[in-house]
Design a protein around this ligand. Structure first.
Ligand code: FES
Length: 142
């Protein structure tokens, strides 16, 4: 299943005029990710992603996009690595960090949603940025 998400990622792309946008960039290896979100009445209708990264990160984004559809925002905020263990299986040691990019992206896009909800969104459209060093925990700033 994981390999299929790697070869055929679901929800790849960008939602036009989204309800939230989150971006993650790793200056160490150049990986980057943008997630966009559509929410209706507190429920996630769709999450889409665009990324320049490795296959494991792509597959994790694809799985996350499927997982969050239909969840309430607060449920998506509680998602962590443990929720995808069954789908991801055991990763090679040098790839264990890769899902962090996807989880950081999810954290960024949900944070942007909350900021917009609170009227704190960046008026220039440059919204939630997070640095994603391979050595950090998901969403953790260096
Ligand atoms: S090598 Fe950086 S996310 Fe996989």
């Amino acid at each position: 299943m994981f390999n299929d998400h790697m070869a055929h990622p679901r929800h790849f792309g960008s939602i036009p005029d989204p309800d939230a946008r989150g971006r993650v960039f790793n200056p160490l290896c150049g990986d980057n990710l943008e997630m966009t979100l559509r929410v209706q009445d507190g429920v996630i209708v769709e999450l889409k992603f665009q990324t320049y990264s490795c296959g494991v990160a792509v597959a994790t984004c694809s799985l996350l996009a499927e997982k969050v559809a239909g969840l309430r925002v607060e449920e998506a905020e509680r998602l962590g690595h443990g929720d995808l263990v069954a789908e991801m299986g055991a990763l090679p040691a040098d790839k264990v960090h890769c899902p962090n990019l996807a989880f950081s992206g999810l954290k960024a896009v949900l944070r942007d949603f909350r900021e917009r909800e609170a009227g704190k969104a960046d008026p220039h459209g440059v919204l939630a940025y997070e640095i994603h060093p391979h050595t950090a925990s998901p969403g953790e700033r260096p």
